[in-house]
Design a protein around this ligand. Structure first.
Ligand code: DGJ
Length: 721
């Protein structure tokens, strides 16, 4: 039987979504929704044939009929893994069983309506396959009964094929976010939970399943990630049957979803990304989808100077004005005044919550600085941490009850601060109005918004409030932006503690990590960009001696590392030497010239044979240009380091390849590899033969610029070796 021979009934029970090399087939023929396929398009195959191929044998000691647990994974079907829904109606209703009531589909979406009539609960699931091949899953649950229904968990679970034999997820800590963990997809449940009321430094940004030997360029990847900045669950389960699934959803605090009759619980959207082209393929899809949002930053990402590691709390108009002038002279386009400008905030013990300019430090307000910054042609940015309050603040003294807490106790302090309860209407209004007034009065174009502690006892009036607090910060950001058109907001949480796809919908930049040591930073950026495109990831040239590691690096390694993001400087460049300033100028000029490529192209992480080096870059959409970095992180294993290949260019095109150094990279060689002086070669040769790396000292890097020889050439590399 071919697809065209199908009966009307069978066709109606199967919905297929296809886009950009991804196919998703949903089958409700059994009366409940089950995924027949999520992966590369299968061609002209009938659902019947697909079902027949997937229907397993019936082993001894099992159910008499084979069961696909479907998307709801009810125990009532005989499924013994983690169900999609966990909830109850008092002491009853522990074992739901849903039946399909209705299905609607269009080219891009399928919606399924399910009901458990006995339990009096309905569920709606909507699958949307975007043009970029990202499957967005929305799910809501309605209490149709006359009594309270308690929802403890509702996850979106999607099956992955048996050939997915490994998992990949990420953990981390302050200064070391998003470290990869790759392991066998073993029987049982791998559960990554974020319980901090934010993803946290340890939160995984995605849960992946991988086929054998997945690399950046090859192999199949299935990744699922939550559009949510509160608590989250990312899970991978291989059942005793051998079948593997990924599950993602909100971590619901006990009692947080007590649904009154008629009440609806909506899961945050889940983004499910399939790639047939390795981890870079997953990144490319996620980047393309994020870039397609109407709210994606459309203007060139301004070269930023943030003053935090330059002056910390030592605010002085004279020094900061000189710093701004120096910044403008090296090509900075946005100057950001960090923590310490408000209330009694002379250190991190006090002042959070009092968002008025300190008359002690800024007797004439912030205007003298912001006007000078604007006169120098730069934007003016300002730091806030509006979700927090220090006990030593006017706000806390006036409203000690405006904190998230459990009645009768005060949560333990972290960085001497507590979490302000933004679900409290007056607290929300206080922050909104104070921040808004400063933005208007002080000429603020840009906000860096911090969030420096985890939520402990996050209660409001005795009930958990993480979800409502998360919705409140989204609302606050949106309201600030609508009041101040053009205002951009950076999401920071002691560095990268709140980087997620939910926040990506409300913020314009993430502070990737407080770790400005380029050696550490190479890894953090490499993995954060598996989901987030580089133009959303702040990356700064830090001080010569790193404040977080004590390591010393020249400008070259720091600048090459910071180039592959939304670039900036976080260093007291009043202390920089003339040579360092010259190197910075060459770098900022290069960034400006190449940022449209860096912020729109395909991010490529090279599969390199020598773990001592990392090679990565960005290839322009039309493949006419590319910018790559070769970073020697430790001593190379061979005396003549391995060639690094550059996959993804047009194989038949001829490219001019040259090395770029903003200051000479330190090397131990009598002579560098021949290509560094410039060579014409093909995309095919770059992918297959690659470029022999120079013998760099450890913790040195170079940039490689690749331009098709027939492409417009208006830009010359600043210094070519
Ligand atoms: C933590 C942030 O990550 C830093 O960049 C800086 O803004 C400090 N907070 C300020 O207190």
């Amino acid at each position: 039987m071919t697809a065209t021979d199908l009966t009307r009934t069978d066709r109606d029970s199967v919905s297929t979504l296809r886009a950009d090399g991804v196919e998703f087939i949903l089958d409700v023929s059994a009366g409940y929704p089950a995924v027949l396929h999520w992966g590369a398009p299968l061609g002209d195959i009938s659902p019947e044939a697909l079902r027949a191929m997937r229907t397993p044998a019936i082993p001894h000691n099992d159910l008499d009929e084979p069961v696909d647990p479907g998307l709801m994974r009810e125990a009532a079907r005989g499924f013994m893994g983690r169900p999609a829904i966990r909830g109850h109606r008092g002491a009853t209703g522990f074992s739901p069983l849903f039946a399909v009531v209705d299905v609607h589909s269009t080219d891009r979406t399928v919606s399924v309506f399910l009901r458990d009539t006995a339990l009096e609960v309905s569920v709606e699931q909507t699958f949307t396959l975007t043009a970029e091949g990202v499957l967005l899953v929305d799910m809501s649950l309605t209490n149709e009964g006359a009594t309270v229904y308690t929802l403890d968990e509702l996850l979106v679970w999607l099956p992955v094929p048996d050939r997915a034999i490994e998992t990949l997820d990420f953990s981390g800590r302050w200064l070391r976010e998003r470290q990869p963990h790759r392991m066998p997809f073993a029987p049982g449940l791998r559960l990554r939970e974020s319980r901090e009321g934010r993803p946290g430094h340890d939160g995984t940004i995605v849960q992946c399943a991988l086929t054998e030997n997945v690399s950046f360029q090859s192999g199949e990847v299935w990744g699922m990630s939550l559009l949510w900045s509160g608590g989250s669950i990312h899970a991978a389960e291989r059942a005793a049957t051998g079948r593997a699934t990924l599950g993602v959803g909100e971590l619901i605090e006990p009692g947080e979803a007590e649904l009154e009759p008629g009440a609806v619980y909506r899961c945050p959207t889940v983004a499910a990304v399939y790639s047939a082209d390795g981890l870079d393929g997953m990144g490319a899809r996620s980047h393309a989808w994020l870039r397609s949002r109407p709210s994606h930053p459309a203007t060139p990402r301004p070269l930023t100077l943030n003053v935090w590691e330059a002056v910390y709390f030592d605010h002085d108009l004279g020094t900061l004005t000189r710093l701004a002038e120096r910044a403008a002279s090296v090509g900075v386009e946005r100057f950001v005044l960090d923590d310490g400008w408000f209330g009694s905030r002379r250190d991190d013990w006090s002042g959070l919550g009092d968002w008025t300019v300190s008359a002690e430090v800024w007797p004439e307000g912030l205007r003298p600085l912001s006007d000078r910054v604007h006169a120098l042609g730069m934007q003016f940015g300002l730091w806030f941490e509006g979700e927090m309050v220090n006990p030593d603040s006017d706000l806390y003294r006036a409203h000690p009850d405006w904190i998230l807490h459990v009645s009768g106790r005060v949560p333990p302090l972290a960085r001497h601060q507590l979490v302000l309860d933004l679900t409290h209407a007056d607290a929300f209004a206080h922050v909104l109005e104070q921040v808004s007034a400063v933005v208007a009065d002080s000429g603020v174009d840009y906000i860096k918004w911090d969030h420096n502690r985890m939520l402990v006892d996050p209660g409001h009036d005795g009930v958990p409030a993480v979800r409502r607090q998360t919705e409140a910060i989204y609302r606050l950001f949106d309201e600030l932006k609508s009041r101040h058109p053009g205002l951009e907001i950076e999401s920071c949480a002691s560095g990268g503690g709140r980087i997620d796809l939910g926040m990506a919908m409300h913020a314009d930049r993430f502070w990737t990590s407080d770790q400005n040591d380029p050696l550490e930073r190479q890894q953090i950026q490499r993995w954060t960009s598996v989901m987030i495109p580089p133009e959303l990831l702040g990356s700064h040239v830090g001080p010569t001696i790193s404040h977080s590691s004590g390591r010393r690096h020249g400008v070259q390694f720091r600048a090459v590392t910071a180039l592959f993001g939304h670039a900036g400087i976080e260093w007291n460049i009043l202390e920089a030497t003339d040579d360092e300033l010259e190197a910075l100028r060459a770098w900022t000029a290069f960034y400006r010239e190449r940022r449209s490529l860096l912020h729109s192209g395909r991010t490529v992480r090279v599969d390199h044979p020598d773990p001592s080096a990392l090679a990565h870059g960005v290839i322009g959409e039309d493949r006419s240009s590319a910018v790559f970095a070769y970073a020697q992180c430790a001593t190379a294993s061979g005396t003549s380091p391995a060639a690094f290949r550059i996959p993804g260019l047009d194989p038949d095109a001829v490219y001019r390849v040259a090395a770029v150094e903003f200051e000479p990279a330190q090397a131990v060689q009598r002579r560098g590899p021949a290509w560094m002086a410039g060579v014409h070669t093909t995309g095919r040769a770059l992918a297959q033969v690659g470029l022999r790396a120079p013998v760099l000292w450890p913790e040195q890097a170079i940039v490689v610029v690749i331009d098709r020889v027939d492409a417009d050439q208006t830009v010359a590399p600043p210094v070519a070796s």
